[in-house]
Design a protein around this ligand. Sequence first.
Ligand SMILES: *Cc1c(COP(=O)(O)O)cnc(C)c1O
Length: 234
Amino acid sequence: MADEKIEIKHNHEKIINNITEACKLSGRAPQEVTLTAVSKTKPIELLKEAYACGCREFGENKVQELMDKIPQMPEDVKWHMIGHLQTNKVKYLIGKVELIHSVDSVKLAKVISKESMKHNVITNILVEINVAGEESKFGTSDMDANLELIKEIKQLPGIKLKGLMTIAPFTESGEDNRIYFRTLKQFAKKHSDLFDGDIILSMGMSGDYEVAIQEGATMIRVGTNLFGARNYTI
Ligand SMILES: *Cc1c(COP(=O)(O)O)cnc(C)c1O
């Protein structure tokens, strides 16, 4: 069996090198890009290995799993909710997460707003945009509709709209997704007045994060390339 300790360290170094390289290619500073370690389905020991490598931002896609993991990790970890979120689960996340990446409706945003107000906190959110218009994914590719969605969400108290997130199609070559990343960046730039502070662009996963960085990603979400393939059967 492979030694996972060495493997995660090795994987992490490789990702950091690739981030640096992608930044160099596009004239950006590596500090502009935050690596979110996507640890869904992975046991806490592996998250601790990633932590030991310097990872402080972790992404999960299920509320229950996130809640289970939070108390098992050091307090300086910043947690990211990256998966589809049901309104009835919002209450568990409030005050616990750094950023909710997956806000895809006014209805969801309203619940986040209401719960945040109730707990007297501000919740940072991203609006999820389905740039490629894939039916299997949440959000829409209709940019006029997205603009309306963003404008409506932005009005709500108790939340800060920090930027946009997209999940590009699964593809053999990350290059295929360049157009989607570019589209999202251009849209964000055009409407930069709608966002709170420096715009966060959460885009790029294991298969395409280098391309996403070249196109302006400020946050990448990497699971497989850091922790290895996920096993959903166990
Ligand atoms: C699982 C997941 C990722 C990580 O995907 P990898 O291809 O394993 O890097 C990123 N973003 C979201 C929203 C995910 O659900």
